[in-house]
Design a protein around this ligand. Structure first.
Ligand code: ZN
Length: 198
C-alpha cells in the first residue's frame, strides 16, 4: 500500500540509493526537503547538477576539480617531486587537513581487489606511471592498511622501483583495516613521518 504521494515516494526512493542512506534517513530527508523554501530546494538541486556537469578529473593527479589542474597540482608552493598515492579524494582531504604534507598526490579511485574483480587497469595506475617520466624523488604509497590497499601498494612498488624512484609505505600507526578518512590528523601525520621504504 502506498502511504505517500507518488512524488514523495519517488524522492524517498532516489535518496535511499545514496550511500549510507537507509530507508528511514531517506524518509526523514524527503520530508525535510519538501518543507524547505523553494529557493533552497532549487539551490540544492542546482548544486548537484552543476557539480556533476563541471567537476572533472585533474589532468595530473586525477582528483576532482573544476579546472584542468587541481589547486594542489597547480601550486608552485608544493614539492612536485613527492607524490603521495591515495585511494580516493577523501583520503587526499584527510592528509591535506594535517597541513604538514608539502608534496603532491595521485588519486587511484579505488584499489586492486581480485575478490571484487578490480584489476590494475580499473584504477588510475596508468596515469600515475605517466607522471613518473618527470623529475620524481619519491612515491609515498598511502593506500588503506587492508588487503586491497596492501596488494595495491605491492603492485605499485613492483612497477615503480625498477625506474630508480624511491617507493615508501605509510607506517603502521594507521591501524590494520583502518580507513584513512576516519583517522585523526596526528595519527595520519605520524604514519607519514614514519613511512618505510618498500
Ligand atoms: Zn591535481
Amino acid at each position: 500500500m502506498e502511504f505517500y504521494s507518488t512524488q514523495i515516494s519517488n524522492l524517498i526512493e532516489q535518496l535511499s540509493k545514496l550511500p549510507g542512506i537507509g530507508a528511514k534517513s531517506a524518509q526523514r530527508l524527503a520530508f525535510h526537503i519538501v518543507n524547505l523554501p523553494e529557493e533552497q530546494v532549487k539551490s540544492l538541486a542546482g548544486a548537484m547538477v552543476n557539480a556533476k556537469a563541471k567537476v572533472r578529473y585533474c589532468k595530473e593527479c586525477c582528483t576532482y576539480t573544476d579546472n584542468e589542474l587541481c589547486p594542489i597540482c597547480a601550486s608552485g608552493q608544493r614539492d612536485h617531486k613527492y607524490i603521495m598515492v591515495v585511494e580516493n579524494p577523501r583520503d587526499l582531504a584527510a592528509y591535506e587537513k594535517t597541513g604538514k604534507y608539502e608534496g603532491v598526490y595521485h588519486v587511484l579511485h579505488g584499489a586492486i581487489s581480485p575478490m571484487a574483480g578490480t584489476g590494475p587497469d580499473d584504477i588510475r595506475l596508468r596515469e600515475l606511471m605517466a607522471r613518473l617520466g618527470k623529475d620524481v624523488d619519491e612515491v609515498i604509497v598511502a593506500t588503506n592498511k587492508n588487503l586491497e590497499g596492501d596488494t595495491t601498494a605491492a603492485y605499485i612498488s613492483k612497477l615503480v622501483k625498477p625506474l630508480g624512484i624511491k617507493v615508501s609505505r605509510i607506517a603502521s600507526g594507521v591501524p590494520a583495516g583502518g580507513d584513512l578518512e576516519y583517522i585523526d590528523e596526528v595519527t595520519l601525520y605520524r604514519a607519514l613521518e614514519g613511512r618505510t621504504d618498500m
